[in-house]
Design a protein around this ligand. Structure first.
Ligand code: FES
Ligand SMILES: [Fe+2]
Length: 347
């Protein structure tokens, strides 16, 4: 492989793979009547709700002179730029230039629009590329589709490349060290071996000896249109009935040095147990989970951006290595597809 291609692959991974669905905002951030600006994969986007409540997404750039549409307002389900009032619909088409009757810009599809999917209190946006220009269906994690799984989404901005967040998730062994002082995460042996099992949709990295005791495994789902993980954490005694505490995690690059993490904290519950857990979670547990997340954030933010150039991995890093391998393979495939599309277009 040429150095140039290697650099492109590395850069693509660092910026974030395209042709994937990304969590872009919590649903509550996109309030009716109010545009919401967000940056993902280095692109500025504006989200808003149309008259049916469906989230629309455009590049956050007014085609007139470039003002941010997220500074504008929602007008009958469309978005109006605050600067001179130009109105666009969710396809990026200019509907009206109110300051200039019969302006030639009207009817022009002027800016890029993005496909949106809303699930479990979160807005996901598809970032297209030449390999997959049209959004494939969002593949809901099984827990999202099962109403018995009750959960809360939380979102945080971390000042590190998203790859650090993925590496951290593919590394269950850090749990009993980094989080040693944090309630149930302190349980379990400090020594183990790790094993890796490939699945149809990615892989599971788990501790060999310790099972069902703590943060013992992670299932990394790395499919074509999306990457996320699931893991279980034992539930503290006395915190109510029900199943384990499951985390579904998505990461979204903002740029090369920051990312969003979205975590769903879920339990499988019905009836009264469900009600009481909702209450308990908000009242007592949520803060403790934030505390754990902060430990991860602080550790990762303090690592140099190029730490991987000087790492000395050992057996426990098989999940980290596999994750990187899969990202490299995906980046390589999409760059090849983009080059092929560019070559076709040039003929
Ligand atoms: S820049 Fe948006 S209307 Fe002029
Ligand atoms: Fe952690």
């Amino acid at each position: 492989m040429s150095t140039d291609l290697k650099d492109r692959i590395e850069r693509r991974i660092n910026q974030g793979l395209l042709g994937q669905w990304y969590a872009a905002a919590k649903s509550v951030q996109v309030k009716p009547g109010r545009p919401h600006g967000v940056t993902i994969l280095g692109r500025n986007l504006v989200l808003w709700r149309d008259q049916a409540g469906k989230v629309q997404c455009l590049e956050d750039f007014c085609p007139h002179r470039g003002a941010k549409l997220s500074r504008g307002e929602v007008h009958e389900g469309n978005i109006a730029c605050r600067y001179h009032g130009v109105i666009l619909d969710g396809t990026g088409t200019i509907l009206q230039v109110p300051a200039m009757p019969e302006c030639a810009l009207e009817g022009r599809r002027a800016i890029e629009s993005f496909t949106v999917h809303e699930a479990r209190d979160c807005v996901f946006v598809y970032m297209p590329n030449a390999e997959r220009p049209t959004a494939p269906p969002f593949q809901e994690p099984a827990e999202f589709l099962d109403a018995e799984w009750e959960g809360f989404v939380c979102m945080s901005r971390w000042g590190c490349n998203y790859r650090y967040a993925l590496d951290n998730l593919a590394d269950p062994m850090h749990g009993c060290y980094l989080h040693a002082q944090s309630f149930t995460l302190a349980y379990g042996a400090k020594q183990d071996l790790m094993k890796l099992d490939r699945t149809d949709d990615g892989f599971i990295v788990s501790r060999v000896q310790q099972q069902g005791e703590n943060f013992d495994w992670t299932h990394m789902v790395v499919t074509e249109p999306q990457t996320y993980c699931r893991l279980d954490i034992p539930y503290p005694n006395g915190a109510g009935p029900g199943s384990v505490f499951r985390i579904i995690g998505f990461t979204t690059p903002i740029d090369e040095t920051s990312c969003y993490v979205f975590f769903w904290r879920m339990r499988k519950l019905t009836g009264l147990a469900r009600q009481s857990w909702r209450f308990l979670y908000r009242a007592a547990l949520e803060e403790r989970h934030w505390h754990v997340l902060e430990q991860d954030r602080e550790m990762l933010e303090d690592m140099p951006d190029d730490a991987r150039m000087r790492e000395m991995l050992y057996q426990h890093d098989i999940g980290v290595s596999r994750m990187r391998q899969m990202l490299t393979r995906a980046a390589k495939a999409q760059i090849a597809a983009e080059d092929a599309a560019a070559a076709r277009a040039a003929v």
